[in-house]
Design a protein around this ligand. Sequence first.
Ligand code: NAI
Length: 251
Amino acid sequence: MELFDLTGKVALITGGSRGIGRAIAERMAEHGAKVVISSRKADACEVVADGIKKAGGDALVIPCNIARRAEVEALVSGTIKHYGKIDILVCNAAVNPYYGPLLDITDEAFDKIMGSNVKSNIWLSALAIPQMAERGKGSVIIISSIGGLRGSTVIGAYGISKAADFALCRSLAGEWGPKGVRVNCIAPGFIKTPMTDALNDKQREAILAKVPAARLGTPEDIAAAAVYLASNESAYVTGQTIHVNGGMAMI
Ligand code: NAI
């Protein structure tokens, strides 16, 4: 028996051009899924899709800004037109345009964070889940964050949006579980991506002091959890959050 086999499944991943989304797309393709790579710029997605195709996989690029409803609709309909269905939806893209005291945030920045990190996940779910339910099977994976579990003096609004994703996941799991659709979150800790490359040595050391695994995570650490949640091996797991953070949240 092949564990974590995704052969024949179609996976739609937002923010797939780099970082965690890219690793998820590449690992899912290695496990047999046909993958849709999406971010705002087509050329960045094409690089990822070309690599997957060269390795023998099947990938399609559909650019989409997750903050724009019409583009999200075109992403889902374009995927279904090309591949006939969506079995796995990975809501990975997210934004954080504001660093600073929570009470100083502008309405515009707050709405942008909530729109891209929460409302777009509802759009994507509303468009993709019903066709999963028709086949009695599907997996939705929302990439949340350790920021949704803990307070922050600089990224408070981002944390609010990521905490909202936990609640969104639990409610959707309850609503769609009886129809065979599972909805789960992954909450990454500090992962080595362009975002964390911006940390200075002092900040990095302060973070590592709180990580029992004594290293930053990698996009592949997150992709491994995503492959599990997409596969039949997690058939009895829904409404949950898998914390992939090297043990950081426990101390
Ligand atoms: P990244 O910045 O490396 O990649 C983000 C991806 O999303 C890129 O493909 C980018 O083009 C795309 N994207 C950004 N805004 C978009 C928009 N409006 N529409 C469509 N695509 C858009 O980010 P990273 O680190 O890979 O983050 C991925 C997810 O993991 C996010 O949900 C983030 O909040 C979460 N996360 C990341 C952590 C980290 O340490 N890197 C920690 C905890 C959570």
